[in-house]
Design a protein around this ligand. Structure first.
Ligand SMILES: [Zn+2]
Length: 457
């Protein structure tokens, strides 16, 4: 239930205030060349584009170029002369990609150089980037048009010098909605195993507003533990969503090991590994989408914002990361989960708030005493100072609530309660008796794979 929406007394972050977030969606759509000529033209474009990439990368690496401007100066005129028949935007996209490849290589190299000597001997330095078999053509937004002709959808791609290629776009209905409400951005064509695909990217601006209700989540490798605070109803509920992402990952790791053992050195093992890798990715993504969609839909119903730990630390160097965080990163795709969950909340106009993640699982939510021994075992949390005993999996959620600075966690007559400061009342916390399970079987994949992303500006 929304609180009063008094526009005169709004402070930043107060319920009712809003701002704009940018989100991006990419759909993978199958393309059918309209004629044999269109297919030939595409293959020749891919060939030229790949050559151009290779040359651009060579220049960028030889001259140690690190800025877009320098890359333009060094590559643009030269490549334009070498490939006069191509649309100038392909040249631009080629040196942009070359630059991105070189920069990410430099980043890895720097990381490696910082390693202690002992580790350097064991870990080989990153290999310099090279253009092997390239399957992707970057399409600048100026080089393509989508249009409807009767019931068909067509993609028209400009090759340059007045040459065009036309493709029939399959499974278009799923993307249509997305195109209607957003703005077409630079996209890609993928030529893979004889199939041709359009990776169509659409950006849209969404208005995100603050809500009084909060869903606090603690993301773990087997579960997402949640605390839902419903101010309107004066209730707080702890519940768990169980997923099988770790199981999926472990299962595929076993499969991969098996393949490696049996086919070592034989041809075809890489194909098999790639195929299983693809399946694993799809299944994990399916789960991530299911869990995050479920949470976002639940919250959309009650006007509820998301509160999660700020895992920006993931980006900084590994020295500063705690061992625990490193372990968690290795077993669960955190960044992906966060990307999806933020997207799904923003998409529904709900806000996402982050708090400091330090020691949320070992701090006592009542007295604030932090000690790894507070966590007696996987199930039980018992504070060594005040004796507060609770279900260990929910402790992080309670601490995240405290860090939100909207109130505190207290015991009232032996019962766990939240004091909501602004509202000025006490809300009892209930624990749901059952877990929500998200797993396979009901797996119905859409024919179109859609990826999502939050753009930070
Ligand atoms: Zn305590």
């Amino acid at each position: 239930m929304p609180l009063t929406n008094n526009h005169d007394t709004q402070t930043p972050g107060a319920p009712g205030t809003s701002r704009i977030e940018k989100i991006e969606k990419t759909a993978k759509l199958k393309l059918i060349p309209l004629t044999k000529r269109d297919k030939r033209e595409l293959i020749s474009l891919l060939k030229d584009y790949t050559e151009m990439l290779r040359e651009a990368l060579e220049i960028v690496m030889k001259k140690d170029i690190r800025s877009r401007k320098k890359a333009h100066e060094a590559c643009y005129e030269y490549l334009r002369r070498r490939y006069p028949h191509l649309h100038s935007k392909y040249v631009q996209e080629a040196y942009k990609r070359a630059l991105a490849m070189y920069k990410s290589y430099r980043k890895l190299l720097r990381k490696w150089q910082k390693l202690p000597k002992r580790q350097k001997r064991r870990i080989s330095p990153p290999s310099p980037p090279s253009i092997g078999e390239n399957k992707v053509i970057e399409l600048h937004v100026d080089t393509y048009r989508l249009k409807k002709l009767h019931q068909f959808s067509l993609l028209r791609v400009s090759k340059g010098s007045g040459d065009y290629m036309t493709f029939l776009v399959m499974e278009y209905e799923h993307a249509e909605e997305m195109i209607k409400e957003g703005e077409l951005k630079n996209s890609r064509i993928l030529v893979d195993d004889g199939g041709i695909y359009l990776l169509l990217t659409v950006r849209k601006e969404v208005e995100v507003s603050r809500h009084a209700n909060k869903l606090i989540i603690d993301i773990n490798e087997d579960t997402v533990d949640c605390l839902l605070i419903d101010r309107g109803a004066g209730k707080a509920l702890l519940f768990t969503v169980r997923h099988d992402i770790r199981g999926i990952r472990m299962n595929y790791r076993r499969i991969r090991k098996g393949i490696q053992m049996k086919t070592r050195g034989k041809r075809g093992s890489n194909v098999l590994l790639a195929r299983y890798g693809g399946r694993e990715r799809k299944r994990v993504e399916d789960r991530l989408k299911k869990v995050t969609t479920m949470l976002a839909e639940l919250c959309a119903e009650f006007g509820t914002d998301l509160v999660r730990e700020d895992l920006r630390d993931l980006k900084s160097n590994s020295k500063r990361r705690s061992r625990q965080l490193n372990y968690r990163l290795a077993t669960f795709p955190y960044r992906k989960f966060i990307g999806y969950v933020d997207y799904k909340f923003y998409e529904r106009g709900l806000d996402v708030i982050t708090v400091d993640p330090e020691e949320t699982s070992i701090t006592c939510p009542i007295c604030g005493y932090a000690d790894s021994e507070n966590r007696v075992n996987k199930e039980v949390f018992r504070c060594r100072r005040c004796g507060f005993t609770f279900n260990a999996q929910y402790v992080a959620c309670l601490n995240i609530f405290s860090r939100l600075d909207e109130g505190e966690v207290v015991l009232r007559g032996g019962r766990l309660c939240l004091i909501l400061r602004e509202a000025g009342f006490v809300v009892p916390v209930d624990v749901a008796p059952h877990e929500v399970r998200i797993s396979d079987d009901a797996l119905r994949e859409k024919p179109v794979r859609i990826m999502t992303k939050v753009i930070k500006v």
